[in-house]
Design a protein around this ligand. Structure first.
Ligand SMILES: Cc1cc2nc3c(=O)[nH]c(=O)nc-3n(C[C@H](O)[C@H](O)[C@H](O)COP(=O)(O)O)c2cc1C
Length: 211
């Protein structure tokens, strides 16, 4: 269905939370491109993303000032668009991915050099923060945008449940993995995810390990 009133909550997007999507764009010669990009919901019809310089996606967004956000949980689409490009026949003429669960079209309202860096990427000033308004939305099924927090919680719980069964090297591995999971969940997870990670941390500490 084409949604008359644009509202990102219809696809499960909450203000301030980040979702993993596939952004599709085109260049001035209408070559179409897809790439996974984290999209932050900043209002019912507003999004923000931060894209590193050197990608086709950023070049196309800067030159065309528009892009499409595709909502999917399909690993193949994520794989193809990260390790190469999606094949030409995967795109519709309006840049969305054919038969995708939901998508919305965005128009850029501002482009700014990124100053804040809250992830492990070393180089600063190498990214652009894009703010955009959602101008069209199509929902085909009841798909919700994908947030990575829950996956990290399940993985951390799974590792925790094996903690007493593994040797010290493996425990160290689990603790490193937990620290990274905690960093990501704090940044992008829902309150429930953050609470779960705090509880796991507590349990690991009770076993005498520092996390
Ligand atoms: C799940 C996921 C999320 C990503 N999020 C971002 C992001 O928010 N910003 C960014 O610059 N790159 C992000 N990337 C990396 C780009 O997708 C990757 O650099 C891609 O190759 C760029 O392709 P392009 O040159 O076709 O635009 C992400 C990758 C994955 C797998």
């Amino acid at each position: 269905m084409i949604v008359m009133q644009i509202d990102l909550s219809l696809i499960g997007m909450e203000k301030g939370k980040q979702y993993e999507t596939i952004i599709t764009t085109h260049d001035s010669e209408n070559n179409q491109n897809g790439a996974p990009i984290g999209v932050i919901c900043s209002g019912p019809d507003k999004v923000v993303c931060r894209i590193f310089k050197g990608s086709h996606t950023l070049d196309n967004i800067c030159s065309q000032r528009e892009f499409v956000v595709n909502i999917t949980h399909d690993a193949e689409l994520f794989r193809m668009s990260t390790l190469g490009n999606l094949p030409e026949d995967y795109f519709t003429p309006d840049d969305s991915i054919k038969d995708i669960g939901a998508y919305f079209k965005c128009e850029v309202t501002s482009l700014k050099e990124a100053v804040k860096q809250s992830d492990p990427i070393k180089k600063k000033g190498e990214a652009i923060v894009i703010k955009a308004d959602v101008v069209d939305m199509v929902i085909r099924n009841d798909i919700k945008a994908f947030n990575r927090g829950f996956g990290y919680v399940v993985e951390s719980l799974s590792n925790y449940s094996r903690f007493d069964l593994v040797d010290e090297d493996k425990k160290e591995e689990y603790i490193k993995a937990f620290r990274e999971a905690k960093r990501v969940v704090r940044k992008i997870g829902y309150r429930k995810d953050i609470k779960a990670m705090a509880a796991i941390e507590e349990k690991i500490k009770e076993k005498g390990y520092d996390v």
